[in-house]
Design a protein around this ligand. Structure first.
Ligand SMILES: *Cc1c(COP(=O)(O)O)cnc(C)c1O
Length: 422
């Protein structure tokens, strides 16, 4: 190997890849383009027949009775809390190892987020910790299927039933996942999917709530469009003009037919795209195992992982630099990477409001300072996959520490965050 190919680009070497590999790049083909053009030419580009069709597809795919398409997963989580009757000063239990949106919506309804620490190996909320945090104020729990790995839903439902609390699944990562033979989407009061750009099915921006509860479905539909009565989106269609009535002070959370048309084309290819993701996943599992990192834990039997994120956890004891430094180095190799996630309780807003600090949720923090998501997308070529592996190998080999101790000037990134914001 030439010397220049062994030195990280960040230290003056040659980047592994000539052009930048975008993290989470969706697979967009002519099918999406044709479907969007069809909508653009149809005369109706708002919420309409394609949105309704996309809802039907997702409802039947997830085995749910009802599906309501929205402009984001965040909107779906917000409306789920309202539909479940969560009110100011109620408590909602969730995981600190998630995107801030999961927790922000609890703030939006004026309730108090209560974190329950995760299990390090699944990265999912630990049901034992949920139980510890239940109080007379607990109204709901929001488990997150981290990276696409289903949570222990039997355990969570058992606790929820015992204490009469609602279950809202944040399934932003989990379209295509199954739990004990059942698709994620049909198990809880509501399940909320995301179709954000980097997710395993995208509508550019978008989300969907699935539920078996008609009242919840009706509530969410009405609240997603100004509180107009059901079917109000049809008011300009050939089915006859009807004036709308407002039944509630709703929000503006509806999905448009332009978004739905991307979703419909994506959905047709979803099975194939998931297979490609699984293939890449298996290559990574095989080819990264000798590096100073922890690979995703085994997938439990009788569950299907949604293969949304391939998340490695750095073995910091064997490296001279911290996670952020490794991320910069990978970026310099032209490999786009992600962080899923900085534990929510460490963000300044939550630290300040609730007095959290480093040490509050040790497992989430442990993951938070080690995690890197590497590219996993159906759009990746074999070369993209090989380049990602080559870049990781190059970077981790270069920064490997043989003394077994980290350099003192390069502490774990979370401590840096805390120092900045204390
Ligand atoms: C992406 C994501 C969301 C938010 O999804 P949007 O569609 O962008 O609102 C919520 N929770 C988790 C865990 C996510 O990864």
């Amino acid at each position: 190997m030439k010397i220049s190919t062994r030195i990280p680009a960040l230290e003056g070497g040659t980047p592994t890849k000539k052009s930048f590999l975008v993290f989470g790049r969706p697979k967009i083909t002519n099918a999406e383009i044709r479907e969007v053009i069809d909508t653009l030419k149809s005369g109706w580009i708002g919420t309409g027949p394609k949105t309704a069709l996309f809802e039907q597809k997702i409802a039947s795919y997830t085995n749910a009775k009802y599906a309501v398409a929205l402009n984001s997963c965040t909107a779906g989580l917000h409306l789920s809390l309202l539909a479940c009757g969560v009110k100011p000063n109620d408590e909602v239990i969730t995981t600190p190892m998630t995107f801030a949106a999961t927790v922000n919506v609890i703030e939006h309804v004026g309730a108090k987020p209560i974190f329950a620490d995760v299990d390090r190996s699944s990265m999912n909320i630990d049901p034992k910790n949920i139980e510890k945090h239940i109080s007379s104020k607990t109204k709901a729990v929001i488990p997150v299927h981290m990276a696409g790995r289903p949570c222990n839903m039997d355990y969570i439902h058992r606790i929820a039933k015992k204490h009469n609390i609602r279950v809202i699944e944040d399934a932003a990562h989990a379209l295509g996942a199954t739990y004990k033979g059942k698709p994620i989407g049909s198990l809880s009061d509501t399940t909320v999917f995301s179709f954000y750009v980097t997710k395993n099915l995208t509508t550019s921006e978008g989300g969907m709530v699935t539920t078996n509860n008609k009242d919840i479905a009706d509530f969410i539909r009405i609240y997603s469009l100004h509180g107009l009565n059901k079917g109000a989106w049809k008011r300009y269609s050939e089915s006859g003009f009807k004036n709308y009535v407002v039944e509630a002070p709703g929000y503006k959370y509806n999905m448009t037919d332009i978004q739905a048309s991307i979703g419909l084309a994506q959905f047709k290819e979803f099975h194939n795209n998931q297979n490609r993701r699984k293939q890449i996943w298996n290559i990574y599992m095989e080819q990264l195992k000798d590096l100073p990192l922890y690979l995703p834990s085994e997938i439990e039997s009788n569950t299907t992982h949604a293969y949304h994120l391939f998340t490695i956890l750095l073995n910091l004891d064997s490296l001279r630099v911290n996670r952020d430094y490794i991320q910069s180095a990978l970026c310099a190799e032209n490999i786009g990477i992600g962080t899923h996630f900085i534990a929510v309780h460490l963000h300044p807003y939550y630290q300040k409001k609730y007095g959290f600090s480093y040490g509050s949720f040790p497992n989430a923090e442990w993951i938070s300072e080690r995690t890197i998501s590497i590219p996993l997308s159906a759009d990746m070529s074999s070369k993209d996959v090989t380049d990602t592996i080559t870049a990781l190998r190059k970077v981790l080999t270069y920064y490997r520490s043989h003394s077994g101790r980290r350099g003192k000037n390069l502490q774990p990134s979370l401590s840096n965050i805390l120092q900045t914001h204390h």
